[in-house]
Design a protein around this ligand. Structure first.
Ligand code: AMP
Length: 218
């Protein structure tokens, strides 16, 4: 049976960083809805064009577009053994749609780690974040700096600040998260799948806690 892990946490909780590590350790493809949208915007596809306005404002892209995009991605051969989902689902209708599509793939959500971080820490983290142009690796000027400023440690590509990591948009993304995504915590808690991890700890400790919890459940 395939293994599906849904990683939850507000923007800035360290989800992307942890997802990269966990995906390697568990040998599951890392599916980031935000990365797929950004890729589509860069390539100026129809989906990218439709998503752009919402993303620039820090709002969620409508469920129908997002769900169709994820369904297409999860049906590709590299997801036959499962996937690590990062950034999806973000709303209860998306979570229900995910349950439906995984049933079609003969699977289900196996575990939902939730990286918990307080709101004031999130703002500080997001406004100092730098992302690699080639593959989306993430760094932080204070908490996780690259060896050479402006250059990705993993692939040598340029680091840039995402448009939606600018101060005004950050505040809105966090507001949107707490309004729209918090109900998911409830949804997965009731399903007995939620694993809460303290995201204020050092990166390595968060990774260790996540892997320990996941190994017990998958
Ligand atoms: P992220 O990289 O996960 O912070 O996502 C960046 C932006 O992409 C979000 O602010 C949304 O505009 C959009 N986005 C990513 N994932 C979703 C989703 N599951 N549902 C709706 N919009 C999303």
């Amino acid at each position: 049976m395939p293994t599906y892990v849904v990683l939850l946490g507000p923007p800035g909780a360290g989800k992307g960083t942890q997802a990269q590590i966990i995906s390697k350790t568990m040998d599951l493809p890392h599916i980031s809805s935000g990365d797929i949208f950004r890729e589509n915007m860069k390539n100026q596809t129809e989906l990218g064009r439709q998503a752009k306005g919402y993303m620039d404002r820090g709002e969620l892209v409508p469920d129908d577009l997002t769900i169709a995009m994820i369904r297409e991605r999860l049906s590709r051969p590299d997801c036959a053994r499962g996937a690590l989902l990062d950034g999806f689902p973000r709303t209860p209708p998306q979570a229900q749609a995910l349950d439906g599509m995984l049933a079609e793939f003969n699977g289900r959500v196996n575990a939902v780690p939730y990286i918990k971080v307080s709101e004031n820490v999130l703002i500080e983290r997001l406004t100092g974040r730098w992302t690699c142009r080639a593959q989306g690796h993430v760094f932080h000027e204070k908490f996780n700096p690259p060896e050479k400023p402006g250059v990705c440690d993993y692939d040598g590509s340029e680091l840039y600040q995402r448009d939606d990591d600018k101060a005004e948009t950050v505040a809105n993304r966090i507001k949107v998260y707490f309004a729209q995504t918090m109900p998911l915590i409830d949804y997965y808690q009731k399903a007995g799948l939620l694993i809460e991890v303290d995201g204020a700890q050092p990166i390595e400790k968060v990774t260790a806690d996540l892997l320990e919890a996941l190994q017990a459940r998958t």
